[in-house]
Write a protein that binds this ligand. Structure first.
Ligand SMILES: NC(=O)c1ccc[n+]([C@@H]2O[C@H](COP(=O)([O-])OP(=O)(O)OC[C@H]3O[C@@H](n4cnc5c(N)ncnc54)[C@H](OP(=O)(O)O)[C@@H]3O)[C@@H](O)[C@H]2O)c1
Length: 288
């Protein structure tokens, strides 16, 4: 279904900004709300949203602070579950297509081959539990087919915002050596590529759960090594060393293996971009 008037939520986040850029480039009319105009923890504000005026509502807003969710679960649950359920219901009633995003962290991380879309949810941290709770509320909306599209993704980065690529690029120019964990594997995903894949999925009439990431897989150490390799022409770039997750204890446990199976998505919209190619493109345009 071709979007003819879109409402973007979370327009100042990495993905929200990628979506507004994409819609502008395609001359698709849209309105965009940042957190200052819609607070997802405020259920009255969420209920008051006029979703009927749009062909599509694309929810890029979420509680994404993984470690903070451990101590502020109720707030993470409000934004990532309750609000998502309310938005999906309101959109279903208004015949507005609802698009929202979920995460590789809904899975347990114990697999050794990519997680298929219908793999059971078994999150290992509070952020993952809040996103899985959002998915469970989505499951209750719509009978028969799903009137919503929930796109699970992983390891998102962009030329803007707070993300691993900008952190490593900054650190690599400031320090002689970096130690990066080599025992967590996943699929890096460019936010701009994800917005393009999302639009292609809408145009292909996809619904229910889908996985969209860049293709290939790596550990955080391999990801950091590629960032540094691409920065190399600049003098004084750090050397990267592998280490174990035990060197960086964090409040929220991370899944060891979180590669999402993207084969169904690729059969619908064609091959995803290899992560190294997407990374090279973003590094050329990294914002200071
Ligand atoms: N980043 C990743 O690695 C990753 C991985 C898997 C899935 N995802 C999912 O992908 C989607 C897009 O995330 P992103 O990568 O673009 O993250 P992001 O850059 O952190 O953007 C999230 C946006 O949501 C807003 N937000 C947070 N809490 C809010 C609230 N209570 N009410 C309204 N807005 C709120 C933030 O606003 P403020 O900045 O003003 O707080 C921010 O603009 C999310 O559903 C996320 O869970 C992300």
């Amino acid at each position: 279904m071709h979007p003819d008037r879109v409402l973007i939520l979370g327009s100042r986040g990495m993905l929200g900004r990628a979506w507004t850029g994409l819609l502008t480039a395609h001359s698709i009319p849209f309105d965009a709300l940042g957190r200052d105009r819609l607070e997802l923890e405020d259920m009255d504000a969420v209920r008051a949203l006029d979703v009927a005026s749009y062909s599509h509502v694309v929810n890029c807003a979420a509680w994404t602070a993984v470690d903070d969710a451990e101590t502020m679960y109720e707030r993470a649950h409000a934004a990532n579950a309750q609000a998502v359920g309310l938005l999906a219901e309101a959109c279903a009633q208004a015949d507005t297509r609802f698009v929202t995003y979920s995460t590789d962290y809904v899975f347990d991380g114990n697999a050794d081959s990519p997680y298929r879309v219908d793999h059971p949810r078994e999150p290992v941290n509070a952020y993952g539990r809040s996103k899985a709770a959002g998915e469970e509320l989505l499951d209750r909306v719509g009978s028969g087919g799903s009137p919503w599209l929930c796109i699970r993704t992983s390891w998102v980065y962009a030329p803007w915002g707070k993300n691993f690529v900008r952190t490593i690029a900054g650190a690599a120019l400031a320090r002689p050596e970096l130690r990066v964990v080599n025992d967590q594997r996943g699929r890096p995903t460019s936010a701009e590529g994800l917005a393009r894949s999302s639009l292609a999925l809408l145009r292909a009439d996809a619904s229910g759960y889908v996985h969209a990431t860049d293709s290939g897989e790596c550990s955080w150490f391999e990801f950091a090594s590629e960032i540094v390799r691409l920065l190399r022409p600049v003098e004084g770039v750090a050397t990267v060393h592998p280490c174990g997750s035990d060197e960086y204890p964090s409040p929220a446990p991370r899944p060891a293996y979180s590669v999402l199976d993207i084969s169904e998505t690729e059969s619908l919209i064609g091959p995803m971009t290899p992560w190294q190619a997407a990374l090279a493109d973003v590094l050329r345009r990294l914002e200071p």
